[in-house]
Write a protein that binds this ligand. Sequence first.
Ligand code: PEP
Length: 251
Amino acid sequence: MLAGNWKMNKTPSEAQSFANLLVNELVGIKSFDIYVAPPFTALDRVREVISSSNIKLAAQNMYYEDSGAFTGEVSAKMLKDLNVEAVIIGHSERRKIFGETDELINKKIKKALNEGLTPIFCIGETLEERQKGLTFCVVEKQVREGFYGLSREEAIKVVIAYEPVWAIGTGVVATPWQAQEVHAFLRKLLSEMYDTEVAQKIRILYGGSVTPENWFGLFVQKDIDGALVGGASLKESFIELARIMERVISK
Ligand code: PEP
């Protein structure tokens, strides 16, 4: 799976024309899922452009209530009505800038699943936590709390995005070994929490300064099932990332 997180970039018209380019360039790719996550304001325009393509629509956030006095929030039902199929939940920017907790993130994951949306659940340690040797401890807590109360059938539908905070938007990418080590740890953790089938089926994406230059080395790792991409998803490099995946998968 390749997912582009456009963050707070692109006006609806810019998003529309970029989506057009992606539809034309990525036509025919069927061996993995491609998602784009534009800002809320561009979802409808992008939906129109990608409607009969192989590109799927994702949102960058949602709230867990259906409706009501929650100024500035958007519900899962609203997203579903726009043909949104997946939603990024618990991105480190939402955790850090907007104070999202593991408990809130768990509520959002449950709501997304109840409404038939695929949660792209983000986890990852800060630089300080890594330097203190706390990486496994931090991601384990995030996963246990994020998956709290999920049945195995629900768990299988969640996509995990391992995004070390020190690698997001910094240009400092995790080495293939650093990423693979955490992905393998997550796989083992999921098999302890559920079973090996669940652990194998859950897609675990890597995110953090992915570019066409570093993506091959990461994607060929055993436990890396794709990427959640920020900066490189805003331009033609997203197309190159998809082509790299196609080449690796077809070998
Ligand atoms: C992200 O925000 O999910 C991300 C991975 O960003 P970037 O690729 O720019 O590091």
